[in-house]
Design a protein around this ligand. Sequence first.
Ligand code: GUN
Length: 292
Amino acid sequence: MNLLDGKHVSEELKKQIAIEAAEMLEKTGRKPHLVAVLVGNDGGSETYVASKMRNCEKVGFKSSLIRYDETVTEVELLNKIEELNQDKSIDGFIVQLPLPNHINPDKVTEAIDYKKDVDGFHPINLGRMQRNLPCFLPATPFGIMLMLEFYGIETAGKNCVVIGRSNIVGSPMSILMARNSNPGNATVTLTHSKTKNLTEITLKADIIIVAIGKKNYLTADMVKDGAVIIDVGMNRETSEKTKSGYKLFGDVDFENVAPKCSYITPVPGGVGLMTIVSLLKNTLSAAKKEFY
Ligand code: GUN
């Protein structure tokens, strides 16, 4: 069994990003600038946004955080998004999800200028992704592709099972893995809460990507020997506190699944770190006007 080490890969990729940011500063006198909008004080979102901001500083980007109380109205948020769309000093911005129930996340996502949509959630970016056109790719699926590429894991012609069809992970992941690209060219099955006989399906998988949000969901009896396992789970156990916050668990029963695998991502230290690198890559692309 080999660990897919998100810490190592993300540090390597961040070195390259930092070099390109320094070159940009030298040439143009400005740094790539990412803005994050955070509504309310969801514990997970606080941690992720803080990490995104910290990583921007590490690679030489400018970062700004705009905070709103959870009582902010949808109109106020949409007005701020329009302001950020127009502001030429900002290369890209994200609105951290989830949002409070009174705000429609689809409206928010579509209000963001697709040219600044470094999360890659806007329908124009998702449509261009599906067509294999240059665009911002959604950060978590993009990070998983970078990880597969880094380790040279063969995906062409492999059976890939994606568990979970969320807008931000499972659905785009299934498209990227099926696309005519490398990594990609896999035979993909996208499974979800209505899927029947999941174990029959996962037992045929060469690659399993689990993004269901349930601790220990993928168990050893569901995995064939030699499979590649990508665990997107970020389940916080509020009963177990560590010095850096609540203990994190993936969606995979790591202890029992790992011995059967050829490769597996740990949690923490796997996909989560890659998501942040993808956001940095997208922000650099936005600053360089690489796609639009
Ligand atoms: N919530 C969980 N993951 C993400 C992400 O990648 N971007 C945003 N904006 N919100 C999230």
